[in-house]
Design a protein around this ligand. Structure first.
Ligand code: 7TS
Length: 413
């Protein structure tokens, strides 16, 4: 019996959902290859946000009038939808933040200051984005805790042998990215979480790069905190989620003080609201949260498994095409072991020169250290060029990247 053919991914149909993609830049069709920095937004998200502002815009949790109640209902329903998307047991565990960075700072300051003592260890990895390094450096300085780092091996994987050496009863927290924004490495979060828990540590995962691209279930991952951003997953900027285990969140003090996060305030002191509002001081990003839920529905409509498969195809294709360019060095593991991005250096041509020349052909890539100084120190380069893909990326755009790189070599080398 023959296997049923797998339908090819309908990339043109997906592209039709993203108005921004259909424009010319410098006389060429835009090839947007910077989705790891921020993704483009489908009409479904734009329309939901427009509709919110046109019909029910009002502050939440305050008014007793009709449109304020509608805004509150839409905001709370969006929270539940985003929670279900990651397998949260309860919407109480879903804290709306302004993005991944805020979520990690929340845990470092609230959980960290309450739980870390001098000499306690914080375990990070050298491939972390600055937003999963600096908040821990701040809380280490405040509490006297010490940071250890898991190194990476020559293939760009975490050196898990380090775990045996570095994990011990002083390790109170392990914080790591599920997917590197430079190497593309997909980390074995579940295995690390099991080992961290066995040593008595809590585990925070930076899901900024993984949530938009990989199916994720927090119960299966077995972690304690997960932070991610709306804007990298087809949603708007200015909104994100911190998911945390209820027992941990219940025990944590507030991160910021202000309206909405309190139960009662007197001139002598205050008591706190219930979860999740205890951590949501001030007016939340209402339209953005509703937009983020629309992005979740959009991604689910396509299917996270389908998105991951399509990106694997694109990454395999890109690594094949790029590896044929003489003088080009790709950093990180093989295509089968990474998410949809490729960072590279082209001879010793500066990454910014490469990106600027590519822009002349309408090809948008990111150049720089991508907020990972320690990782670039380790790679021994000041900057890399990064092309990153999403469900709307085409092979033709990757071909244009490659053609632009050949032109770079001709111009600069
Ligand atoms: N963690 C990782 C792994 C990231 O890639 C990013 C953003 C963040 C955290 C921070 O997310 P934010 O939404 O709070 O800013 N990464 C990138 C990037 O690679 N290029 O631009 C932003």
């Amino acid at each position: 019996m023959t296997q049923p053919a797998i339908a090819p991914f309908a990339v043109e149909a997906a592209r039709a959902d993203f108005p921004l993609l259909h424009q010319q830049i410098n006389g060429y069709p835009l090839a947007y290859l910077d989705s790891a920095a921020t993704s483009q937004k489908p009409v479904a998200v734009l329309e939901v946000m427009d509709q919110y502002y046109r019909t029910i815009n009002a502050n939440v949790h305050r008014g007793v009038y009709t449109i304020s109640e509608a805004a509150t209902a839409a905001y709370e329903s969006a929270r539940r939808e985003i929670g279900r998307f990651i397998g949260a047991r309860s919407a109480k565990e879903v804290i709306i933040t302004h993005g991944t960075t805020e979520g990690i700072n929340l845990v470092a300051q609230s959980w960290g200051r309450a739980n870390l003592r001098p000499g306690d260890r914080i375990l990070l990895t050298v491939m972390e984005h600055h937003s999963n390094l600096v908040p821990w450096q701040l809380v280490a300085a405040q509490t006297g805790a010490v940071i250890d780092y898991i190194q990476i091996d020559g293939r760009g994987h975490l050196a898990l042998d380090d775990l045996d050496r570095l994990l011990n009863e002083r390790t109170k927290v392990v914080a790591l990215t599920a997917m590197s924004n430079v190497l593309g490495t997909i980390n074995p979060v579940r295995e690390i979480a099991e080992r961290a828990h066995a040593a008595g540590a809590v585990v925070l995962v930076d899901g900024a790069q993984s949530i938009p691209h990989l199916p994720t279930n927090v119960q299966e991952l077995g972690v304690d905190f997960l932070a991610f951003s709306g804007h990298k997953m087809c949603g708007p900027t200015g909104v994100g989620v911190l998911w945390g285990r209820r027992e941990l969140l219940e025990a944590m003090p507030p991160f910021m003080g202000g309206g909405d996060m309190i139960r009662r305030v007197t001139l002598e002191g205050s008591s706190w609201n219930d979860l999740p509002w205890k951590f949501e001081a001030g007016t939340p990003p209402i339209a953005e949260t509703i937009g983020m839920a629309a992005a979740v529905r959009y991604l689910q409509g396509i299917g996270m498994g389908t998105i991951h498969e399509r990106e694997s195809q694109l990454t395999t294709y890109a690594m094949d095409v790029l590896s044929r360019i003489e003088g080009l060095t790709i950093f990180g593991p093989p295509a089968s072991e990474r998410g949809g991005l490729v960072a590279f250096a082209l001879q010793d041509i500066h990454a910014h020169d490469v990106a600027a020349l590519l822009d002349r052909f309408g090809v948008a890539v990111r150049a720089g250290h991508h907020c990972t100084h320690p990782l670039h120190d380790l790679l021994g380069v000041p900057a890399t060029v990064r092309a990153s893909f999403y469900l709307y990326t085409t092979e033709e755009e990757i071909d244009r990247l490659a053609a632009g790189l050949l032109e770079c070599r001709r111009v600069f080398a």
